[in-house]
Design a protein around this ligand. Structure first.
Ligand code: UT7
Length: 333
């Protein structure tokens, strides 16, 4: 039996304890605290230590989300795991989390939509729950960037931006009237795939990676920052508008807006273009950097923990990133 709407019932996030400041990065490459703060807003980020993968970061975030939803792990019957930095080439990190949680047999779906991964994941969970196929879906966004970055001056434009972390949400049947996910708008345009990407290892190459590739740094993420920036500041307002229209609500009705934490300047640009009051915007990139699929659930969960997301609040999530992909969702809390 299907239901009309699904809702976020609980959230959690986890970042590894090690904090890395801009000054520490400036000791490794030609950059500065001033440049990083001015161009991105970032002050520090968290990095894993030792052999820790995204499933390890996702586990404490998931446990907290489950506890806050007032259910147990045995009530979870679907995992949707968004990451661009899976523990292994295969299998996906969703099955690793499923085993760690101790939920044998439940389906685990991995999705690869990078910065929009959490919103894509929510839309999948929403459909499964509304269709009555899942009762409680666990949606995760988690990244370990720090083991895949170029810590020389060659990689400075990308490396200073990213951080590690995980966020999770339980999606199930609404607990109170009017609560729920009102709309999701999802888009992609693969003609921009190489504007923000990681070339190697890739299944089209024989072998998938060579010593020469490693020497050139083809295994590090590469980005045309200005192109990404330009598309982000036009696509984010447009997709937010589309999600608002589809939900039948107005921009002014929103209580809180959680943009993907890509760059503080992008958030401020979107805020300025749409004339959104600053107190409605959630920005925490200063402390976590850009954690890609984890950035929205971390920011949303932290805003909730700070009491900024109250019962009945109208919440918008909006993201743009690699793919290109862009997405937005409107949620009545
Ligand atoms: O979440 C995924 C989506 N990603 C994004 O949304 C990122 C979007 N793009 C951006 O956030 C910005 O483009 C960056 C923060 C990546 C770069 O900022 P920018 O203002 O666009 O700088 P730029 O790439 O145009 O570079 C300006 C200068 C260059 O030097 P020259 O050519 O002017 O001499 C760069 O080499 O800054 C230099 N530069 C740096 N200098 C110090 C680039 N990175 C650094 C660095 N430290 N880390």
């Amino acid at each position: 039996m299907g239901i009309e709407r699904s809702a976020i019932l609980g959230m959690g996030f986890y970042v590894p304890p090690k904090v890395v400041t801009n000054e520490e990065l400036a000791r490794l490459m030609d950059t500065s605290d001033e440049w990083i703060r001015e161009r991105t807003g970032i002050v520090e980020r968290h990095y894993i230590e030792g052999e820790v993968g995204v499933a390890d970061l996702a586990l404490p975030a998931a446990k907290k989300a489950i506890e806050r939803a007032g259910i147990t792990k045995d009530d979870i019957d679907l995992i949707v795991f968004g990451t661009l930095s899976p523990d292994y080439e295969f299998p996906g990190s969703g099955v690793l989390l499923q085993a760690m949680l101790g939920r044998p047999g439940i389906p685990a779906i991995d999705i690869r939509q990078q910065c929009t991964g959490f919103i894509y994941g929510l839309s999948i969970a929403d459909l499964y729950v509304r269709a009555g196929i899942a009762r409680n879906a666990l949606v995760v966004g988690a990244e370990v960037h720090s083991t895949g970055l170029d810590f020389t001056t060659r990689g400075r434009d990308v490396t200073v931006i990213f951080g590690d972390g995980a966020g999770a949400a339980v999606v199930g049947a609404p607990r109170v009237a009017d609560q729920g996910i009102l709309s999701c708008a999802l888009h992609s345009d693969g003609s921009y795939a190489k504007e923000l990407w990681c070339d190697k290892p890739g299944s089209r190459y024989h072998p998938r990676i060579t010593a020469a590739d490693l020497e050139r740094g083809d295994h590090f993420p590469a980005m045309k920052g200005r192109t990404v920036f330009k598309h982000a500041v036009t696509k984010m307002p447009a997709v937010l508008d589309e999600a608002l229209k589809s939900a039948g609500v107005a921009l002014q009705d929103l209580d809180i807006i959680v943009p993907h934490q890509a760059n503080l300047r992008i958030s401020e640009f979107v805020q300025g273009a749409l004339k959104i009051p600053a107190e409605k915007m959630v920005n925490n990139i200063q402390r976590y950097g850009n954690t890609t699929a984890a950035s929205i659930p971390i920011a949303l969960c932290e805003a909730w923990e700070e009491g900024r997301v109250k019962p009945g609040a109208l919440v918008a999530l909006v993201a743009f990133g690699a793919g290109f992909t862009w997405a937005s969702t409107i949620i009545r809390w």
